[in-house]
Design a protein around this ligand. Structure first.
Ligand code: ZN
Length: 301
C-alpha cells in the first residue's frame, strides 16, 4: 500500500515546448571537457575534441577514410555468422544479429579493405564497436585471416585497427579459436617478412588484446584508450589490491613497455606512413625456404 496517493492529476504544461531551431545532431558535447563542438568541425578534426583532444570513437568506415589516401576496395563483404551454437542470453543470438545488422548496415564487426596509405599498397582491417561491442566471432576471425592471406599474396603490409570488447560470448569456444587462427596467420606474415602494424583504440580488451592487437611489429595506441585483458573490477577482486591511477590506459601501458607509441589520431596517418617507409627502406627479399644447416656439435674437453 502506498503512503501517499496523488488525488489530483498533474498540471499539464500550457504551451508546447518551443521547437529548437537547431537541427538535431548539429552539435556535439564533449564528454571530457563539456565543450560544445560543431559537428562539421569535429569531423574535420577526425572526431577529436578541438579543445581537450578527447578522442571520440570512430566507425570502421570513418577509420578507413582517415587512413587511406583515396578510395579502397572492401573484401569478403558477404560473410555472416550462422549462430552455430544456437545461443540465447537475454535474447536469441540470431535476433541480436538481425537487429544489429539492421542498425549498423554491416554484417559483422570488422571491415577489411585494400588501398593505399602514403602511396603504398596496404591491407587494412578496421573493427566496428557498434556491432555487438566489436566482438570477435567466427566472421571477424575469418575476415582478418583472409586479410592476412591477401597481404601475403600481394606482398603488402598489414594494418589492423582494434576496437573491441574481446571474443564473442555467443559463439563460445569458436570465438576463442580465432585467437589462435589469426595469430598463426600473423606468424606466416612475419615469415614472409611483411610488416604488421597494430593500432589499438578505445577499447581494446579481452581476446583481441590477448591475440593480434598485441602482436604488431609496431603497436600504436590512441591517447587514453582502454587497453587490457580483464576489466579493472575483476582484477581488483582477484588480487585484492587497489589499482594505480590510469591503469589499463595507453599512457600507462606505454610507460610499462607494452606499447611502442601513443599518438594523437590526427597524426596517425603520418606516423603509419613513416613506419611503412621505414619498413620499406630495408630491401625486402622474397623469403627463401632454406633448411637450417645441421650444426655440428663438438664436445670439447
Ligand atoms: Zn573536449
Amino acid at each position: 500500500m502506498a503512503w501517499f496517493k496523488k488525488t489530483k492529476k498533474p498540471i499539464a504544461a500550457k504551451t508546447k515546448e518551443k521547437a529548437s531551431r537547431v537541427p538535431e545532431g548539429l552539435w556535439v558535447k564533449c564528454p571530457s571537457c563539456a565543450q560544445i563542438i560543431y559537428n562539421k568541425d569535429l569531423a574535420a578534426s577526425l572526431s577529436v575534441c578541438t579543445k581537450c583532444a578527447h578522442h571520440f570513437r570512430l566507425t570502421a568506415a570513418e577509420r578507413l577514410r582517415s587512413l587511406f589516401d583515396g578510395s579502397w576496395t572492401e573484401h569478403d563483404t558477404g560473410l555472416r555468422s550462422t549462430d552455430p551454437l544456437r545461443f540465447t542470453d537475454t535474447k536469441p543470438y540470431k535476433k541480436r544479429l538481425e537487429t544489429t545488422i539492421a542498425s549498423t548496415g554491416m554484417l559483422d564487426a570488422v571491415v577489411t579493405a585494400s588501398g593505399q596509405i602514403g602511396g603504398r599498397d596496404v591491407v587494412v582491417a578496421a573493427m566496428e564497436y557498434s556491432f555487438i561491442g566489436g566482438s570477435m566471432g567466427v566472421v571477424v576471425g575469418e575476415k582478418i585471416t583472409r586479410a592476412i592471406e591477401r597481404a601475403i599474396a600481394g606482398r603488402m603490409p598489414l594494418i589492423i585497427v582494434s576496437c573491441s570488447g574481446g571474443a564473442r560470448m555467443m559463439e563460445g569456444a569458436l570465438s576463442l579459436m580465432q585467437m589462435a587462427k589469426i595469430s598463426a596467420g600473423l606468424a606466416r606474415l612475419d615469415r614472409a617478412k611483411l610488416p604488421y602494424i597494430s593500432v589499438l583504440t578505445d577499447p581494446t580488451t579481452g581476446g583481441v588484446t590477448a591475440s593480434f592487437a598485441m602482436l604488431g611489429d609496431v603497436n600504436i595506441a590512441e591517447p587514453k584508450a582502454l587497453i587490457g585483458f580483464a576489466g579493472p573490477r575483476v582484477i581488483e577482486q582477484t588480487i585484492r589490491q587497489t589499482l594505480p591511477e590510469g591503469f589499463q590506459r595507453s599512457e600507462f601501458l606505454l610507460e610499462h613497455g607494452m606499447l611502442d607509441i601513443v599518438v594523437d589520431r590526427r597524426e596517425m596517418k603520418d606516423l603509419i606512413t613513416r613506419v611503412l617507409r621505414f619498413g620499406a627502406a630495408t630491401p625486402v627479399e622474397k623469403p627463401v625456404e632454406k633448411a637450417e644447416p645441421a650444426r655440428e656439435v663438438v664436445a670439447k674437453n
